[in-house]
Design a protein around this ligand. Sequence first.
Ligand SMILES: Nc1nc2c(ncn2[C@@H]2O[C@H](COP(=O)(O)OP(=O)(O)O)[C@@H](O)[C@H]2O)c(=O)[nH]1
Ligand SMILES: [Mg+2]
Length: 251
Amino acid sequence: MCITCGCNGDGHHLHGQEPHTHHHEHTARDGRVITLEQDILQKNQLLAERNRGFFEARGITALNLVSSPGSGKTTLLERTLADLHPDTPCFVIEGDQQTSCDADRIRATGVPVVQINTGKGCHLDAEMVNASVKHLKPTQDALLFIENVGNLVCPAMFDLGESARVIIISVTEGDDKPLKYPDMFHSADICLINKIDLLPYVNFHVDKMIEYARQVSHIDTFIQVSATTGQGMDEWYSWLKEKAGAAVSLE
Ligand SMILES: Nc1nc2c(ncn2[C@@H]2O[C@H](COP(=O)(O)OP(=O)(O)O)[C@@H](O)[C@H]2O)c(=O)[nH]1
Ligand SMILES: [Mg+2]
């Protein structure tokens, strides 16, 4: 957990806004750590449910994109936005420890975006998403993509209030990742297997990876894509549209 690994998010800030920090004390590595951890997760859960209520009331489909660094989240988003926006209104929250590089890439597609820098923090939490949403003001029935910090560990524990959690694994990472990071896979709703254009060059067995993922998760949708060639992206868009159709508000 982040508290024990020392990256509990102190100092994160939203670009263009006043810095806001967690209001909890750093506790020594003794029994109290457990209590604090529970407090933080409990507080996060309450805010996540508020976010979820906000999204549901407006028919917004919020997708929490999680993966290790470099698996292709931003590239996948760039192509998705270029293909879907503005027919389907899209909004993006970008999470990284430092820089606004990814937000700049997204802004170039014309889609409204907010960058959160988590500082030493290794995940986004519901409070950061809440603050970003107030700034971003996603419209009725929109798709809201949240690119989490590249990390297959801590983001697993933090519900953001998303409608679905999308795990992206690239074929350059090794097919054993589900067994090594079971919590992340366990909490995901769909798995995108990216960079399949590189399959001929790497030792990655798609079937084996899917079998491992099934052992540790309830994921039933695995889509093989290449964010750079566009292969498989239509299947991803169909899944998104089905998800968004189910979320549309009844106003
Ligand atoms: N060959 C190939 N490279 C990709 C693909 N998707 C992303 N990349 C490359 O992988 C690197 C990391 O991508 P990026 O989108 O920044 O990953 P992120 O850290 O998860 O946001 C970049 O050099 C991308 O061009 C893909 O489908 N195929
Ligand atoms: Mg990125």
